[in-house]
Design a protein around this ligand. Structure first.
Ligand code: SF4
Ligand code: SF4
Length: 456
């Protein structure tokens, strides 16, 4: 099968020109664009980028080298969040911006004068490998623990204003996605927020999680796509999600030869590596696609990327949040908290997932959902983008954290590891007492409460 996303060279420029004429320059997309909100610069807005694209694909004597430099910068700085596509009343498709982004990633940063990532290339290349991410996560936990002892619980806020080099390192540390590794750690944290003390089975610290009922013969088969970030950085969360799916009657399988979805490789200008990963995943999930087993991806970024593999994956892949919203979940206990959900752009704009996470939260008794301002604006993570533009990413993360804190929430939840780390970092500076968790960890806790309270 032909690889669907090899390079910008295969995109039909005449067709792009036709799409470009759909833009009527109304500017309604601007207030939804994170880079325009952060910079106030028209060139860093969807409308400005489309104008530059027009100059590139309709060359003339007056728009040559200067337009080309401005073009590279504008498109390299586009996060790819798709908020402009959702907002546009004229239906201008993201395909246009994607073309510009591909053109920008095909030029090596050192040659183009674009910023190089804040981490060495050798490290960046390993950031789609589960084992390396697992190692990074352990080191991050260790260093964060030391900083907490030395500088106190608010170390991130206290070190936020350090010199540029230190600031970047501290930011990397603060934005490394993390959640409770053990169930007891998660229960203790959420019990603390709720002001209760859940009695685990026999008070045992080795509590093993949800009870999995015998599978119903009618339960759906699920091929689980774990994703490199979830498997490496959030192994406890990933296992709890699998428990939740099983406790909801799913028959789970996990193809062993699966690999990273390839999103990071694409966004760091490594199309060969991305194509190789797509090929491996195609082979790993060929059986599931043939027999109609649904492929469930844990992270919104992965489900979105997998759907770009082609029509078979577009229909065969379901985001975990959507899957859970369609299942008979185990009964939920009461969680008397105000909770704000952050919509990952890969879910909200990439897949139109808006109602499902809210439906899941509404299933938890006693819980109040609060909505932040600008829910459609990107948090500024953008995977490798945040490593190339740390200052801009910082500003967007703090803007998002401030919006979430202004809701008066006790807890923030989300469903993509990049957003989880980015918002955790912003919250540690803006509102250090407001925690953030994966949505599925909260669901797991609510289901556990009900099971636990029903024990003799
Ligand atoms: S992309 Fe859409 S919303 Fe933005 S300026 Fe063009 S027509 Fe208006
Ligand atoms: S994809 Fe996001 S960052 Fe890029 S132009 Fe659209 S709204 Fe702005």
């Amino acid at each position: 099968m032909t690889d669907p996303r090899p390079s910008s060279a295969v995109m039909d420029v005449d067709h792009l020109d036709e799409l470009l004429r759909q833009c009527v320059q109304c500017g309604l997309c601007l207030p939804h664009c994170a880079t325009w909100l952060a910079t106030g610069n028209e060139v860093q807005s969807p409308r400005g980028r489309l104008l530059l694209l027009g100059e590139l694909i309709r060359p003339s004597d007056t728009n040559t080298a200067a337009a080309s430099d401005a073009f590279l910068q504008a498109f390299d700085q586009c996060i790819g969040c798709r908020a402009c596509e959702t907002a546009c009343p004229s239906g201008v498709p993201f395909t246009l911006l994607e073309y510009g982004q591909l053109r920008a990633t095909e030029v090596p940063p050192l040659r183009s004068g674009l910023p190089v990532p804040a981490v060495p290339g050798a490290v960046l290349r390993r950031m789609d490998q589960t084992a390396f991410l697992g190692f990074l996560s352990r080191v991050g936990d260790l260093v964060r623990g030391v900083l907490t002892v030395v500088a106190g619980k608010t170390w991130r806020r206290r070190l936020a204003g350090g010199p540029a080099g230190t600031g970047r390192l501290v930011r990397l540390l603060g934005s490394l996605p993390t959640s409770a590794r053990s169930d007891t750690e998660l229960v203790k944290m959420l019990d603390g927020l709720c002001g209760r003390e859940t009695q685990l089975v026999g008070g045992s610290p080795n509590f093993v999680g949800l009870e999995i009922p015998d599978h119903l013969p009618s339960g759906p088969g699920v091929a689980f796509f774990r994703g490199c970030a979830n498997a490496g950085l959030l192994p406890g969360t990933s296992r709890r999600l699998r428990d939740l799916l099983s406790a909801s009657g799913c028959r789970l399988e996990e193809p062993g030869s699966q690999d990273c979805c390839g999103a990071l490789a694409t966004h760091t200008g490594r199309p060969g590596r991305a194509a190789d990963l797509r090929r491996r995943n195609r082979e790993a999930f060929a059986g599931a696609l043939t027999d109609g087993t649904v492929i469930v991806a844990e992270a919104a970024g992965c489900s979105h990327e997998l759907k770009e593999y082609g029509d078979d994956f577009r229909t065969g892949v379901v985001d975990a949040v959507v899957m859970l919203a369609g299942l008979d979940l185990p009964p939920m206990g009461s969680v008397p908290l105000k909770v704000a959900y952050h919509d990952p752009c890969h879910a909200r704009h990439g897949q139109g997932i808006i109602d499902e996470p809210r439906k899941l939260l509404a299933a938890i008794g006693g819980l109040e959902i609060v909505e932040p301002a600008e829910p459609e604006v990107c948090c500024g993570s953008g995977g490798a983008w945040g490593l190339r533009y740390p200052e801009l990413s910082d500003e967007l993360g703090r803007r998002k954290a401030a919006d979430l804190a202004a809701t008066g929430a006790d807890l923030v939840v989300t469903s993509n590891p990049g957003c989880l780390g980015q918002i955790a970092d912003g919250l540690q500076v803006i509102a250090p007492d407001l925690p953030i968790l994966p949505l599925t960890d909260l669901l797991w806790y609510a289901a556990l409460l009900r099971i636990d309270s029903s024990r003799p």
